[in-house]
Write a protein of this length. Structure first.
Length: 474
């Protein structure tokens, strides 16, 4: 009972902290949107707190971990009270009427089934994924009892890859603070015990928050029905729904990149700097989540905003500001890792370049035949070229819509390069990490094409009624 109340209290502090930060960044008043953004933003704040204590060699105990969040939340409450912002209408569905049609109910039923499955595996069942038992949750548990982030150079204690960033671990450690009890029959340090359910529950809540925020942003972009359809297609990727059962950081990385991409689209549409800053913050979170965050997140994101400012010079100041924030929040990990002699890639042999033709057939089978991605790549095989052709035919000022597509395509090409031109081909042939990494461009491309075609249909749909209503008036 006490453990549950502590978990709820810590989670609420994190959500409040993140929501208040979002309120300062975004010029919106939607409480649901701000609350849903709370945990994704707080996850970055939390890892920065843990990072500072790691550098300063301060033990990760209840006081040192939780007190900074209480202080930050108090400061944010004060600042939000002093900051007067004009209240604006956060969103208005392009569709008229509030009644849900059959398609919307079907989408909600499919999303609910995925949520129930993920809740059961993340919250009701213990950690069961192999990699988590040897790295992800295991590293969090070891770090919790060490009272510092573990960087073991061998696997004697059951953890591997000390070079991984620790946003995942920091969040699990924070929500385990203050738990009274014993672990495996041995009294733990300070009477605090590790709770596997709490460790996985906070990650499930993070997923719930991220995808709720994604839906609310999509609703602002394309309306409720199309937002539900887009979310259903993304969550309908079989491998993605499986990973919502938690235990791997790949789903955390994917959520951050999807939210960052959605915020980037909002900036492209509305030219509101707050959305770009939030996009940069979420990209920085990806850097602190996995090594791939640097190559799949930060670098492509910087290239994306640079490309947009080339086409629209009026946005250069906002892009520079947001870019500096993203860099400032990301670079500390890179400096720390290099100084500590850690790799910036998952494996030491990742820089050995040579073409591995034996992986081509396996890659094609994985994308189109194995079932991990369902029909996702069949849809994208048609939708992506179609979108590219339409963008080439469009006006020059409309071609900034190609930037989000380019981000997903770049990640897709990066994954192909990783598994066909480096020794990582072994993980493709063994049907291991290739699928998890290819899940990211699949979801990002699905989001991009869905939003673009939805917005395009809205433009067509709104143009015809206006022209039709003009003739009777004439």
């Amino acid at each position: 009972m006490i453990s549950g109340l502590l978990f709820i209290g810590i989670t609420l502090i994190l959500i409040l902290e993140g929501a208040l930060t979002a309120r300062l960044i975004l010029n919106v008043r939607s409480r649901w949107l701000l609350l849903s953004l709370g945990l994704p933003i707080a996850a970055l704040v939390n890892v920065l707190v843990v990072f500072v204590w790691t550098v300063a060699h301060v033990p990760l105990i209840t006081l040192s971990v939780l007190l900074p969040h209480v202080v930050i939340a108090a400061i944010l409450i004060s600042k939000n009270r002093r900051t007067a912002k004009a209240s604006i209408n956060t969103h208005r569905d392009p569709e008229t009427g509030d009644r849900k049609n059959v398609l919307e109910w079907l989408c909600m039923a499919l999303i609910a089934s995925t949520a129930i499955y993920s809740f059961g595996h993340a919250v009701l069942l213990p950690t069961f994924q192999y990699d988590s038992a040897t790295n992800w949750t295991m590293r969090s548990e070891i770090s919790f009892f060490d009272q510092k982030i573990a960087f073991d150079t061998n696997e004697d204690r059951g953890m591997a890859k000390p070079q991984y960033p620790f946003l995942f671990h920091a969040l699990q450690i924070t929500t385990n603070q203050g738990k009274a009890g014993f672990y495996r029959g041995v009294a733990s340090q300070g009477g605090a015990g590790w709770n596997d359910t709490a460790a996985n529950s906070i990650l499930w809540l993070l997923s719930l928050s991220c995808f709720t925020a994604l839906f609310l942003i999509l609703r602002m972009l394309v309306g409720r029905l199309k937002a539900l359809l887009t979310l259903t297609m993304i969550l309908g990727i079989p491998l993605l729904s499986l990973h919502l059962g938690q235990s791997y950081a790949d789903i955390v990385l994917l959520q951050e990149l999807l939210l960052s991409l959605a915020c980037l689209m909002m900036w492209i549409r509305r030219k509101d700097k707050g959305w770009l800053i939030l996009s940069g913050i979420l990209v920085a979170s990806s850097v602190w989540t996995k090594s791939e965050g640097l190559f799949f997140g930060l670098i492509p994101w910087l290239l994306a905003i640079a490309a947009i400012t080339v086409a629209d010079r009026t946005q250069r100041k906002d892009a520079l500001h947001a870019g500096l924030i993203a860099l400032a929040l990301s670079i500390p990990w890179q400096i720390f890792a290099i100084a500590k002699g850690l790799l910036l890639t998952p494996h030491s042999a990742d820089t050995i370049i040579s073409f591995h033709s034996e992986g081509v057939r396996e890659m094609l089978s994985g994308l189109f035949d194995r079932g991990s991605f369902g029909i996702a790549w069949y849809v994208l095989l048609i939708a992506v070229p179609w979108m590219i052709i339409e963008l080439c035919r469009s006006k020059k000022q409309d071609r900034t819509d190609a930037v989000p597509l380019a981000w997903g395509m770049l990640i897709f090409l990066e994954v192909i390069f990783i598994y066909l031109f480096t020794p990582n081909v072994q993980f493709l042939l063994n049907a291991e990490s290739f699928y998890r990494q290819m899940m990211i461009p699949a979801a990002m491309l699905m989001l991009t094409v869905s939003v673009w075609f939805s917005a395009r249909s809205l433009l067509v749909g709104t143009a015809s009624p206006s022209s039709a209503s003009a003739s009777p008036a004439a």
